[in-house]
Design a protein around this ligand. Structure first.
Ligand SMILES: *[C@@H]1O[C@H](CO)[C@@H](O)[C@H](O)[C@H]1NC(C)=O
Ligand SMILES: *[C@@H]1O[C@H](CO)[C@@H](O)[C@H](O)[C@H]1NC(C)=O
Ligand SMILES: *[C@@H]1O[C@H](CO)[C@@H](O)[C@H](O)[C@H]1NC(C)=O
Ligand SMILES: *[C@@H]1O[C@H](CO)[C@@H](O)[C@H](O)[C@H]1NC(C)=O
Ligand SMILES: *[C@@H]1O[C@H](CO)[C@@H](O)[C@H](O)[C@H]1NC(C)=O
Ligand SMILES: *[C@@H]1O[C@H](CO)[C@@H](O)[C@H](O)[C@H]1NC(C)=O
Ligand SMILES: *[C@@H]1O[C@H](CO)[C@@H](O)[C@H](O)[C@H]1NC(C)=O
Length: 708
C-alpha cells in the first residue's frame, strides 16, 4: 500500500463534473502506445472516433490486427470492463488519459466508489543494454477509495493467443508456473505456437518464441487458462478464478483460450493498492544475419547473455518494477524539460509521443561484447536496417546515446565489407526483417546518392559525438568509396529515387544534391580526423557554389530553393498541381530538410543566407497541419518537418512545431502515429501509402540532437 497520488484522487473526485469529455493530456494522440518495446511487442489503442477510450474496443497490433486483452474490475458485486472488447460488461467511466515518454496512464471512476489508475509502462533504457534487451512491458493497476468505506475489490486481466500467432488457426500450447522473486513469488502463464518457425512471421507476428504473462503470487491472486467467456464469467460470478489449466491445447480461435489473472484487494480511504503485471515475448535467436563471413548466422537475443534462462529473464523483469518506475520517471522528466526548453510544450507533446514508437522498431541482438541493433522498417515494407529509415530516426540516438547508432551501423558495414554487395554506392537495406541476408545480386531498392550521403553523415556524427575516431579508420575504405560516388553524382544527380520514394524518381533533385554535397564536406572532416589527405572539402565547396546557381529561384516571391534544377524557368504550373493547394510558390519546390546535417555535424558549411531564405519561405506555403513536403502533393513527412524546424529561425521553427502538435491532437488518423499525412486535411494521404508506427519518429528529436 502507498499513499494515493493526489492528482489522481482529485481527478476522480472531479469525475462526475467532467464525465462528458474525458481529458486527454498533453493531447489526444492518433493511437495510444500500450505495450511498445520491439517490433513484436507493439500493441496500441487506436484513437479516432472512440476518442482513446480503453474499454469497448480491442487493443491492436501495429498492423491493426486485434490482440485479445481484457481488463475487468468488480466492485460491490458488479463487474465493469476497463479494457478490451468483450461483451456483457458495463464500461468503467474513463476520466482521463495522460501520456509521457514511457507511460500511458488511464484513470477510471467506478460508480463513485473507487478509482482505478491503469498505467502501461514501456521503459526505454538508452544507457543499459541488459534492461533494453528484454521484450517485456509493465501494466500497473492502482485502486483507491473514492468515499470513506473500506471495500474488497477484485481486478482481472487476460490475454488471448492472438499475441502468439499471426494465424488464428494455428495451435498454441501453454503452461502455468511459479518462479522465485525477491518480492515474493511470480506466477507466469506461458503460451506459444506449437509449430515454432524460427525467423518466420505471419502477418508480421513472429512465428517463434514464447509469450509470458506474469504477476505477483501473493494470497489474493488466482489464475485460470480456459475459454474466454467461461473464464470471464467465472471472475464475474465468483469474484476470483479457479487456478485451473485447460489441457486441451488447440487453435487460437478454437473456443478462444485466454490466460487470466485476478487479484483480491482491500482498499481504504487515502490508501491505494497497486498490482503489477508484465507481458512480453522471449526468443532465443532474434535475427538471421549475413555479416563478415557472408553466411547467414543466427544471432541470439541480447537478453540471453544476461540471464540464464527464460524464467530468470521473466522474473528479473518483473522484480525490476521499482527501478523501472524510477528510471522511466527520470527519462520522462529529462525529455519533457529538454523539449520545453528547446521550443515549448507543443514540442514536448511531439517528442513524448515518439520515444516508445522509435524504440519499438528496434531489436537488440548479439552479445555484450558484440551487440547489434536491428531496425524493422515497420509498415512500409518491413525491410531490415534501411539506411534512409535509420537516418531520419538518428536524432533520437544522438540525443540519448550515440553509441547505440554504432550498433545499427555495424551490420551495414559488416555486410558490405565482406564483399557481398557488388554496387559502388551504399546498400539501401539488408533484406526483410528478421532475415538480414544482404543483396549479393546488388538488386536492392536503389537510392545511391541518398544512402552514400546518409552513411557518411551518420558515421561522422557518431564519431564526433563519442570521440571514437578509430571507427572512422576502421571503415575508411568504404567511406571513401561512397565519397567517390558522391563526387560523380552529387552535383548533377541522375534520375533516381530519394528516401521519399512514394514521390517517384526525378533527376537533379535539389534537396538530394545538397545531401550529397554535405556528405562530401563530411568526408573531408573524416579525412582530417583520421589524418589523411582531404581530397573532398574543396570539391564540396565548388559544388556548393554551382548548386546555388542551379537550385535557387531568386525571382520568386519570396525566393526559395526549387524542387529540381532549372525550376526557376518554369513559372507555369507544377507537374502535379493540386487544385485547392494554397501554394504561393510560383515554381516546383520542396522542404530543403537535408540542410539539417550541416548543423548536426557543426560544419558551418552552408551559407546563412540559404537558411534565412528558407525560413522566410516556409510560412508562405504552410497549410493547416504542416508545410507540404513538395509541390507534387499536399502530403508531408513529420520527420522532415522537424529536421527543417531544427535549423529554421525561431518563428518558423515554432510554426512547424505548433502545426505538428495541432495535427497530433486533431488528426483524423487513428493508427500508431504516421509520419506521412496530408498537410491540408491531416488525414492519411489519399492514394498514397499508409505508414504507421515507423521508427523514423526518432527524427522528432532533431532539435534536441543539436543542443549539446
Ligand atoms: C551508451 O551505451 C553504451 C552501451 O550500452 C554504454 O556503455 C554507455 O555507457 C552509454 N553512454 C552513456 C552516455 O550513457
Ligand atoms: C493459417 O493456418 C492454416 C492451418 O495451418 C492454413 O490452412 C491457412 O492457410 C493459414 N492461413 C494463412 C492466411 O496463412
Ligand atoms: C477477498 O479478501 C477478503 C479479505 O481478506 C475476504 O474476506 C474475501 O473472501 C476475499 N474474496 C475472495 C473472492 O477471495
Ligand atoms: C540537370 O541539371 C544540369 C545542370 O543544370 C543540366 O545540364 C541537365 O540537363 C539536367 N538534367 C536533367 C535530366 O534535367
Ligand atoms: C535561375 O535564375 C538565376 C537568376 O535568378 C539565374 O542566374 C540562373 O542562371 C537561373 N538558372 C537556370 C538554370 O536557369
Ligand atoms: C530562439 O529560441 C531559443 C530557444 O527557445 C532561445 O534560446 C533563443 O534566444 C531564441 N533566439 C532568438 C533570436 O530569439
Ligand atoms: C486541436 O488543436 C488545438 C490547437 O492546436 C488544440 O487546442 C486542441 O486541443 C486540439 N484538439 C484535440 C481534440 O486535441
Amino acid at each position: 500500500m502507498r499513499l494515493f497520488n493526489t492528482l489522481t484522487a482529485t481527478l476522480a473526485a472531479l469525475g462526475g463534473a467532467i464525465a462528458a469529455a474525458a481529458m486527454n493530456t498533453p493531447a489526444k494522440p492518433p493511437a495510444v502506445p500500450l505495450a511498445v518495446r520491439s517490433p513484436y511487442l507493439n500493441a496500441w489503442l487506436e484513437g479516432g472516433g472512440t476518442n482513446c477510450v480503453l474499454p469497448g474496443q480491442w487493443p491492436r497490433f501495429w498492423t491493426g490486427q486485434i490482440l485479445g486483452w481484457q481488463g475487468l474490475i468488480r466492485v460491490d458485486g458488479k463487474t465493469y470492463s476497463w479494457m478490451g472488447g468483450a461483451g456483457g460488461f458495463d464500461h468503467a467511466k474513463q476520466i482521463s488519459l495522460h501520456y509521457t515518454s514511457t507511460k500511458s496512464e488511464f484513470v477510471f471512476d467506478i460508480d463513485g466508489k473507487v478509482h482505478l489508475t491503469v498505467t502501461f509502462l514501456s521503459p526505454v533504457y538508452p544507457d543499459d543494454l541488459a534492461r533494453q534487451s528484454q521484450q517485456f512491458s509493465y501494466i500497473s493497476l492502482e485502486v483507491g477509495c473514492s468515499d470513506t468505506q473500506e471495500r474488497n475489490v477484485q481486478v482481472y486481466m487476460d490475454v488471448s493467443g492472438e499475441w502468439a500467432s499471426g494465424n488464428d488457426s494455428h495451435v498454441i500450447k501453454w503452461e502455468q508456473g511459479v518462479a522465485g522473486g525477491n518480492n515474493g513469488d511470480v506466477t507466469y502463464l506461458k503460451f506459444n505456437r506449437e509449430d515454432q518457425q524460427e525467423f518466420e512471421e505471419q502477418h508480421e507476428i513472429a512465428s517463434w518464441g514464447n509469450w509470458y504473462f506474469s504477476t505477483n503470487s501473493d494470497g489474493g491472486m488466482t489464475w485460470e487458462i480456459g475459454q474466454d467467456s467461461v473464464v470471464r464469467d467465472q471472475f464475474k460470478n465468483r469474484a476470483g478464478l479457479g487456478n485451473n489449466l485447460d489441457t486441451d491445447f488447440r487453435a487460437v480461435n478454437d473456443r478462444w483460450p485466454v490466460f487470466a489473472f485476478s487479484h483480491n484487494l482491500t482498499v481504504q480511504k487515502w490508501k491505494s493498492v497497486e498490482k503489477v503485471f508484465t507481458l512480453g515475448i522471449v526468443q532465443d535467436h532474434v535475427i538471421n544475419f549475413a555479416g563478415h563471413t557472408q553466411a547467414l548466422t543466427p544471432i541470439p537475443g541480447l537478453w540471453s547473455s544476461y540471464w540464464t534462462d527464460e524464467r530468470d529473464a521473466v522474473t528479473a523483469f518483473y522484480n525490476d518494477y521499482q527501478y523501472a518506475t524510477r528510471a522511466s520517471e527520470a527519462l520522462d522528466k529529462r525529455i519533457q524539460s529538454d523539449s520545453e526548453r528547446a521550443a515549448g510544450q507543443d514540442y514536448a507533446t511531439i517528442t513524448t509521443l515518439a520515444l516508445r514508437q522509435a524504440f519499438g522498431g528496434l531489436q537488440f541482438a548479439g552479445t555484450p561484447s558484440k551487440p547489434y541493433i536491428f531496425l524493422k522498417e515497420i509498415s512500409s515494407n518491413s525491410d531490415i536496417q534501411t539506411v534512409d529509415v535509420i537516418f531520419p530516426a538518428y536524432p533520437i540516438l544522438h540525443y540519448l546515446n550515440a553509441t547505440l547508432s554504432r550498433f545499427l551501423l555495424d551490420p551495414l558495414f559488416e555486410n558490405q565489407e565482406s564483399g557481398a554487395y557488388p554496387n559502388k554506392y551504399a546498400e539501401h537495406d539488408l533484406g526483410t526483417f528478421p532475415v538480414a541476408k544482404g543483396y549479393p545480386d546488388g538488386k536492392d531498392e536503389p537510392m545511391p546518392l541518398e544512402e552514400c550521403g546518409n552513411m557518411i553523415i551518420m558515421t561522422l556524427a557518431y564519431a564526433q559525438r563519442t570521440g571514437d575516431t578509430q571507427y572512422l579508420r576502421d571503415h575508411y575504405p568504404k567511406l571513401e568509396q561512397w565519397a567517390e560516388f558522391l563526387v560523380e553524382d552529387s552535383l548533377v544527380p541522375a534520375s533516381q529515387l530519394s528516401t521519399d520514394d512514394f514521390a517517384g524518381t526525378l533527376a537533379n533533385q535539389t534537396n538530394l544534391a545538397i545531401k550529397g554535397i554535405i556528405g562530401l564536406k563530411a568526408m573531408g572532416e573524416i579525412a582530417k580526423l583520421t589524418k589523411r589527405e582531404d581530397k573532398w572539402s574543396k570539391t564540396a565547396y565548388d559544388y556548393l557554389q554551382t548548386w546555388k546557381t542551379y537550385a535557387i529561384n531568386r525571382d520568386a516571391n519570396p525566393p526559395h530553393t526549387t524542387l529540381s534544377y532549372g525550376d526557376n524557368n518554369s513559372h507555369g504550373s507544377p507537374p502535379c498541381p493540386s487544385s485547392d493547394q494554397q501554394n504561393h510558390a510560383d515554381s516546383p519546390t520542396g522542404i530543403l530538410y537535408n540542410l539539417y546535417a550541416d548543423k548536426l555535424l557543426g560544419l558551418n558549411f552552408i551559407d546563412q543566407e540559404i537558411y534565412d531564405m528558407q525560413s522566410n519561405f516556409y510560412p508562405a506555403i504552410a497549410l493547416e497541419y504542416a508545410v507540404p513536403l513538395d509541390t507534387r502533393h499536399t502530403w508531408t513527412k513529420s520527420d522532415w518537418e522537424m529536421f527543417a524546424a531544427a535549423v529554421a529561425s525561431n518563428s518558423t521553427r515554432d510554426m512547424f512545431i505548433q502545426k505538428l502538435a495541432h495535427w497530433i491532437g486533431n488528426s483524423s488518423t487513428n493508427r500508431p502515429m504516421t509520419d506521412l499525412f496530408d498537410a491540408r486535411t491531416g488525414g492519411f494521404p489519399e492514394g498514397g501509402p499508409t505508414f504507421v508506427a515507423r521508427p523514423v519518429v526518432g527524427g522528432m528529436f532533431a532539435l534536441l540532437a543539436l543542443r549539446h
